[in-house]
Design a protein around this ligand. Structure first.
Ligand code: AMP
Ligand code: MG
Length: 310
């Protein structure tokens, strides 16, 4: 803990100097910078090689901080009480007097916001007088990082500091819900859609494609940049095979996402497994059919986009 405190101090120093810092969250690791600074947020786009038109999610400690930047509505408050801090992001209207950099919103009047639950990052956010813009800490279109080591693999010496918060517990990105008009889910993620629907007690639309081009909706994304085939029963001989159900036979090219056929555990291990396969230099990946329910729906969404890499 003592070690963490001095690391947080060091992270604050970098952030105050408009530098980027890798931060742990329960979903995936983020590449964080002062959301009020155009100099700092421009560095996120440069490091990630991210198209400028893709807006960023801004991370807050609490409602008090959020109210400086966003207009708040009743459905937001209901969802906030139930799910935040946690793996859910909300799209809200931005206030005119907000100091959020135009880089973050791509000049639009809406803002994606989240309250991460990871202790270390909450501790960091609490000590800052600005929120943190933080997309996933990976090069655009590639696999999201779920540990400090993964972030290092993405950026090497280009990134001066990464806070170490262990492996991300959820392992996939946040669920994004737009609260601008009728609530609708824009990206499947850490909180299953059916759960939110049950809680709100009304039908919740899922809009896969939005007018705002965003990374979570890009055709190729979450990809190890290796050919990937879905719904495969029998893989080729030299192909990595991603499985969810235990088989009698165990081969060196088999990679289990879950020990007990548990979809939440499988989601947690997804990016870690894809990265392991990439680092083992496999040329092709086959994936067993994954049930399309709960976290299985999230896994399938990410794998579908990864499979667009040819
Ligand atoms: P990531 O790079 O993983 O943090 O993903 C950022 C996500 O934020 C994208 O997938 C977008 O869907 C979403 N996003 C950010 N700002 C907005 C916005 N104003 N409207 C709609 N989606 C947004
Ligand atoms: Mg991302």
């Amino acid at each position: 803990m003592k070690n963490n405190l001095s690391n947080i101090k060091k992270a604050i120093k970098y952030l105050n100097k408009n530098e980027c810092v890798g931060i742990p969250t329960e979903t995936v690791y983020g590449l964080a910078a002062n959301a009020y600074s155009s100099i700092a947020t421009a560095k996120i786009f440069k490091l990630k090689k991210r198209p400028k038109k893709n807006p960023l999610i801004v991370h807050y400690f609490d409602l008090k901080m959020l109210e400086k930047d966003c207009k708040i509505n009743d459905i937001f408050l209901r969802l906030y009480k139930e799910y935040s801090p946690g793996p859910i992001s909300y799209i809200l209207k931005i206030k005119k007097k907000s100091l959020i950099s135009k880089n973050v919103t791509n000049n639009k009047n809406t803002l994606a916001v989240r309250f991460p639950s990871h202790k270390l990052t909450r501790n960091l956010l609490k000590q800052l007088n600005y929120p943190l813009a933080a997309p996933s800490a990976n090069i655009s279109t590639k696999i999201s990082p779920v540990s400090k080591k993964d972030v290092k693999e993405e950026f090497g010496k280009k990134l001066n500091m990464i806070l170490d918060g262990g492996q991300s517990k959820i392992g996939v990105e946040s669920t994004i819900i737009s609260l601008i008009n009728k609530p609708k889910v824009l990206r499947l993620g850490g909180i299953p859609k059916h759960q939110i629907k049950k809680y709100l007690k009304f039908n919740l639309a899922y809009q896969k494609k939005s007018k705002i081009k965003s990374p979570g909706q890009e055709k190729i994304h979450y990809s190890p940049h290796i050919k990937l085939r879905l719904n495969i029963k029998n893989p080729n001989k030299n192909e990595a095979f991603i499985l969810i159900k235990k088989r009698k036979k165990m081969n060196t090219n088999y990679f289990y996402l879950s020990k007990k056929n548990n979809l939440k555990e499988a989601a947690k291990n997804l990016y870690k497994t894809l990265r392991l396969i990439k680092n083992k230099k496999f040329k092709s990946i086959a994936v067993e059919k994954i049930p399309n329910k709960g976290f299985g729906e999230v896994i399938n969404d990410r794998l579908k986009r990864a499979s667009n890499f040819k």
